[in-house]
Design a protein. Sequence first.
Length: 286
Amino acid sequence: MPSPLEEARYELALANRIIAHEGVLDGFGHVSVRHPTDPGRYLLARSRSPELIEPADIFEFTLDSEPVSAAGVTLYGERVIHGCIYQARPDVNAVCHHHSPSVLPFCVTGVELVPVFHMGAVLGTAAPFWDSRDDFGDTNMLVVKPEEGRSLAKALGSHWMVLMRRHGATIAGTTVRELVFRTVYSHANAEIQLRSMLIGKIAPLSRGEAERTGPYQLQPKPMGRAWEYWTTRLKKSGEVPRARSGGARAGRAAKTRASKTHAAQSPNKLPARKKAARIPAKRSLS
Ligand SMILES: [Zn+2]
């Protein structure tokens, strides 16, 4: 039976792939979850595009974003986004950072992103805007220093989504599934707001509507329905993670006899530790 850590790594790999498959994440961006049994750590993949993440790609980090054991593995440069939010927000257990093309116009113009339809209420009543120049002047715009991560976490405050000027957005959730729900539907809300602004004047949900609708959508029933939908879409396209880190196989690969027969011979199916050892020890830019 998989351990809580193995379950968490598999669900995080699924979350990475779902958010990418739904068009929010592309080759860049990342998703993390707080460690299931040690709140002083979190789980995050090595530097790899989210759509490709396997459970074996996922490593443990301290809340200072130092790897617990990932020697020789290339890591995301913007890990402090995750660690600093976990430090600042004990209620947050999952974080996604992305550069969604639907959300970016709001990050470029400063136009306020607001919930404009019922599902969009999961983004909260507001999404604060973080301008890195306020604290740091001109930078390379990546969030890589602890003080930059803390500044972003401060801008997030008690909200669930923060827009990052000319860069992207960072989303928080109390669980991985809530995070995925909020990430996908805030991206959808941004797209719908953009389209609505083309044909008319927009107005957000009233504060009362937003406060009632968001929590309603985040109940187990709607979230379970969405999770089943998204995971089924992944399965249909053959994109579910290859295996749980504990060894139980899942998804299309489980049905493929060749995947067992030739696992030892294929360079693409080498055990994770061997694959990781071939990765040069350097930091990725995003
Ligand atoms: Zn970024």
